[in-house]
Design a protein around this ligand. Structure first.
Ligand code: ATP
Length: 241
């Protein structure tokens, strides 16, 4: 279980995250909603060790991992899939996946690769292709697969549907559900709130660096007007609708 409590992160003298807390546990998807600039990406980066929080705690299965070096956080079981996917374009799909296993327990790499290929058969079919030649949806699957290769117990997903054709969004989010159902806990930032709510168990809404709502996804779905009040219309219709 990942427990983030009272997290504070600043850029210079601007406090972007002001006391945010959220949790996720094995098999669960926690959807993080909020308008642009609310502090969602900063929260994920701070959990992953890419920004240093100046207060608060990140605890994974009872172990305090706050502010550890990013590779140590990956090794402890938390994998970040960044916004924009950031696959290594000139490298092949197979090489990208092997990079994901870099800090992991090497004895389990072959087994993980098999699981990744089972979950994303396209990554096996395209193993020798340059990652940059994949479609956006395929690159997102590669980014998921690369993160899975580090054998995470928790995954942090930053806007997995961003820039994808609407027809692909549901299938990518269905993969997020599959990854959770395999026993991983997921914290997912997603602008496409309606599609995100379909696969989420819990929702945390963030505004101006603070949590303004948290509850079960079913309740949030029924209370769309509540979320709209916090987040604005755009957050509930998603970009491009
Ligand atoms: P978006 O959906 O636009 O990515 P977000 O909710 O993820 O928004 P953050 O990217 O976490 O928001 O940004 C929170 C605040 O911190 C914003 O005011 C942003 O301008 C500021 N910020 C983010 N990154 C930096 C940085 N590297 N240096 C300075 N300020 C930053």
């Amino acid at each position: 279980m990942l427990e983030v409590s009272d997290l504070h992160v600043s850029y210079g003298n601007v406090e972007a995250v002001r006391g945010i807390g959220m949790t996720t546990s094995p098999g669960k998807v926690t959807l993080v909603l909020g308008a642009n600039g609310a502090g969602k990406t900063t929260t994920l980066k701070a959990i992953a060790g890419l920004e240093k929080p100046h207060a608060g705690r990140v605890v994974l299965d009872g172990k305090d991992i706050t502010g550890l070096a990013p590779h140590k956080i990956v090794r402890s079981g938390v994998a970040l899939v960044p916004e924009g996917r950031r696959v290594f374009s000139p490298l092949s799909v197979g090489e990208n996946l092997r990079m994901g296993a870099y800090v992991a327990d090497r004895t389990k790499s072959a087994e993980m690769l098999e699981r990744v290929h089972e979950m994303f058969p396209i990554l096996s079919e395209r193993a020798g292709s340059a990652a940059g030649l994949l479609s956006g949806g395929e690159q997102q699957m590669l980014a998921f697969g690369r993160a899975l290769m580090s054998q995470p117990t928790v995954m942090l997903l930053d806007e997995p549907s961003m820039g994808l054709a609407p027809a692909i969004v549901d299938s990518i989010l269905a993969k997020v559900r599959d990854m959770a159902d395999s026993g991983i806990g997921i914290l997912m930032v997603e602008q496409n709130a309606e599609a995100g709510l379909d696969v989420a168990d819990d929702v945390v809404a963030v505004a101006r660096g603070e949590v303004v709502y948290s509850g079960p996804a079913a309740e949030a779905r029924d209370n769309a007007s509540v979320l709209r009040a916090f987040l604005g219309e755009a957050a509930l219709t998603g970009p491009g609708d």
